[in-house]
Design a protein around this ligand. Structure first.
Ligand SMILES: NC(=O)c1ccc[n+]([C@@H]2O[C@H](COP(=O)([O-])OP(=O)(O)OC[C@H]3O[C@@H](n4cnc5c(N)ncnc54)[C@H](O)[C@@H]3O)[C@@H](O)[C@H]2O)c1
Length: 445
């Protein structure tokens, strides 16, 4: 089938490449010339494992191409996916201007009498499909026929190709049989996973899913706080809870709170939508507030342990909001780094993929150093903050870490290191939600 993609960021490029891999003919359109130039050479503009290989393969097979001319994309596609950004506005609501521009341009440029399916893949508030329908009515003078479909994307950065190709569900919110049948044909390899709904339900499914996952994270972090006060271990609590099939173990890892380009903005936008419709959103307000406060935790522990932070050398391992991505949007590392700099710390930063992006916010200086390896980052530092749980950190021998550091203070925001081993190696070790370990640290102060 002939697929068009508008917006080749994380979702657009992965969707485009995966549709091509499924055998469809894909044309991707973006306004960002730099991204397009990279993609045409088979290079990815984002860090995403497996993406470049699949892109190169499908470029060679001539199943995917890239253009900055919208009429070209419209001429060669029947099903057009809107994959542009929906970032937060200051009041928490979703900024839908990129979506509106994309749909307006489709309406203005679709040839006379043509039939196109416009698919909302971007995450948008309930009711957006109605607004988009109206935009096409206003701007379409060529009497083209449009159908609207809501097909939100559920992929996770870092595992995006796998998620797209092995979905838990493909939600198709649709109003006409013609559009429904074409969408089912498009997703034929995943036909057992398709859930057909009305467009409003499909729009709500996306926000409700992300908000629910965020709620699980804030919930387990709250439980972790109680574990710390009572000598309990949040990993065991999560295991015990997760064995209940109604609950499940996923998203019950205590830590420093959720970040990234989706959860923080989607929770806020969902709250905003609820308020607009007069629906009580206090559960999600609590989730959001709890998460925002959580970023201070690591710096508070550090202050408690080494007291004055001014001119102390502190390392941070991990800057991306999660492992296997270079994405730092709403990453906890941003707030933590800023708080440490405000306290007068000299920072030593390392991340396998996100340092280039981080440098745009925190340029290298005499207070901010970027290391080429994790070990270089911890040379003679007085504390290490483990912010993102990249697998490579776990492979480094604890003895080596201990020897490199000036003070062996490790604040593990992701419970990456084995607590008993850390204690055996004489670290001052501060994990999340492990009451007994923290009690031992306090006793030996
Ligand atoms: N990133 C994720 O993990 C993820 C997962 C699921 C859903 N989503 C949702 O998908 C949407 C896209 O997210 P993203 O992370 O891929 O965004 P992104 O910011 O990485 O990419 C957006 C792309 O759209 C392009 N663009 C903007 N306006 C355009 C226009 N008028 N015409 C053509 N191109 C245009 C930009 O140049 C950019 O390349 C958002 O609504 C997001 O919430 C994201």
């Amino acid at each position: 089938m002939r697929v068009g993609i508008i917006g080749t960021g994380y979702v657009g490029i992965v969707s485009g490449v995966c549709f091509a891999e499924m055998g469809h003919q894909v044309v991707c359109f973006d306004v960002d010339q730099k991204k397009l130039a990279l993609y045409r050479q088979g290079k990815s503009a984002i860090y995403e494992p497996g993406l470049e290989e699949l892109l190169t393969k499908n470029l060679a097979a001539k199943r995917i191409r890239f253009t900055d001319v919208i009429t070209e994309m419209l001429h060669d596609s029947d099903i057009i996916f809107i994959c542009v950004g929906t970032p937060p506005l200051p009041d928490g609501s979703a900024d839908l201007s990129q979506v509106e521009t994309a749909v307006r341009e489709i309406a203005e440029n679709t040839p006379h009498g043509a039939y196109k399916i416009i698919v909302e893949k971007s995450t948008v508030p309930v009711g957006t499909h109605k607004r988009l329908k109206n935009i096409t009515r206003l701007y379409n003078k060529s009497q083209a026929k449009f159908d609207f479909v809501v097909n939100s994307e559920f992929l996770k950065e870092g595992d995006a190709i796998h998620d797209f190709m092995h979905p838990d569900r493909v939600v198709i919110g649709v109003e006409t049989d013609e559009a429904k049948n074409l969408m089912i044909q498009l997703y034929e390899p995943f036909k057992d996973k398709i859930l057909v709904t009305d467009p409003s339900s499909a729009e709500i499914i996306k926000y409700a899913s992300n908000s629910f996952l965020a709620t699980k994270i804030s919930f387990i972090n709250m439980v972790a706080d109680l574990c710390e006060k009572t000598g309990a271990d949040v990993s065991l609590v999560a295991e015990g809870m997760g064995l209940d099939k109604r609950i499940g173990r996923a998203f019950l890892n205590a830590g420093i709170g959720y970040g990234g380009s989706c959860f923080p903005k989607d929770v806020k936008a969902f709250i905003h939508v609820m308020e607009q419709h007069g629906v009580e959103a206090s559960i999600l307000e609590a989730v959001d507030t709890f998460n925002t406060k959580r970023f201070h935790r690591m710096v508070e522990i550090l202050k408690e342990e080494i007291w004055i932070l001014k001119n102390k050398h502190i390392a941070m391992w991990g800057l991306a909001f999660k492992p296997n991505t270079d994405d730092i949007r709403e990453a906890p590392a941003i707030k933590i780094a800023q708080e440490l700099l405000d306290a007068g710390v000299i920072l030593h930063l390392y991340d396998p993929a996100a340092m280039e992006n981080f440098q745009k916010l925190f340029p290298p200086s005499d207070r901010v150093h970027y290391a080429l390896t994790p070990l270089e980052a911890i040379q003679d530092v007085e504390g290490l903050l483990l912010v993102t749980e990249w697998a490579e950190f776990k492979k480094i021998p604890l003895k080596t870490i201990y020897e490199k550091m000036k003070l062996p203070v490790v604040i593990d925001g992701r419970n990456l290191f084995p607590a008993e081993e850390m204690i055996k190696h004489n670290f001052r070790y501060f994990p999340v939600g492990k009451g007994k370990v923290l009690d031992r640290m306090n006793e030996t102060k």
